[in-house]
Design a protein. Structure first.
Length: 230
């Protein structure tokens, strides 16, 4: 960092010429603003603490509702990076085919030009139904010791999904099994984050059928006869 010494000297002289009265007035104004800021800060913090204490129980090291909402705006430059993360997951699951399919809401002709839904479909090994309920959680992974894959820490799937949409569903089945799914509504999940029972109920896998707009155009090898994840 460099300074113009002449400019500094001139500024110093100008400051020295200011009247004591002007300086006192400025200081008083600054003191009033500082005092008001102090009062506002205390009031805001006390209100926040009271709100958290009213919820009851401990919050741990993470405020879950704020974390869930905040993750939507963190981590990915644009949707393309999020889609790449999901494709990585498919490849790591042994998929030989990965499809990206778009759905359109034809009820409104003006909106039909833009996709209202998006699906990433693979023919990988699929997931055990109960595993789906863990895979949608941040940190939920069975690959912590797998150093050969792209991801190990279980943040990719939920982070990439919430960066694309506030609501999403993960469908999956293993060979010889049935389709199961877990649907995530970010706002509902955040609202229920302080209630473990309500959260677990939301994350419980359910028997499911593929959405009609996916199943109608599905290739047999992609998502109807073989295992895989959507």
């Amino acid at each position: 960092m460099t300074f113009d010494t002449d400019a500094v000297a001139e500024a110093t002289e100008q400051q020295g010429l200011e009247s004591p009265q002007a300086s006192t007035t400025d200081n008083e104004g600054l003191s009033m603003k500082t005092a008001q800021l102090h009062l506002d800060t205390i009031a805001r913090q006390q209100e926040y603490v009271a709100k958290q204490e009213a919820k009851g129980g401990g919050v741990g090291i993470v405020f879950q509702d704020a974390f869930i909402r905040g993750m939507r705006d963190l981590g990915y430059k644009d949707p393309a990076w999020a889609l790449a993360e999901l494709i990585d997951n498919s490849v790591q699951a042994g998929a030989s085919t990965v499809e990206i399919r778009f759905g359109f809401d034809k009820a409104n002709a003006t909106q039909a030009k833009n996709p209202s839904q998006i699906a990433i479909i693979d023919n990988g090994t699929g997931m055990d139904p109960k595993m789906i309920g863990y895979a949608v959680r941040w940190g939920g992974t069975d690959r912590e010791d797998d150093r050969n894959g792209f991801g190990r820490f279980g943040y990719g799937l939920p982070s990439s999904c919430v960066s694309i949409a506030c609501k999403y569903t993960v469908y999956s089945k293993m060979k010889g099994g049935e389709w199961h799914a877990v649907s995530i509504d970010l706002e509902k999940l955040a609202a229920a984050s302080s209630d473990p029972k309500a959260t677990e109920a939301m994350l419980k896998p359910q028997r499911a059928q593929l959405p009609a707009w996916v199943a109608s155009g599905a290739k047999d090898g992609a998502c109807t006869l073989h295992p895989g994840t959507l």
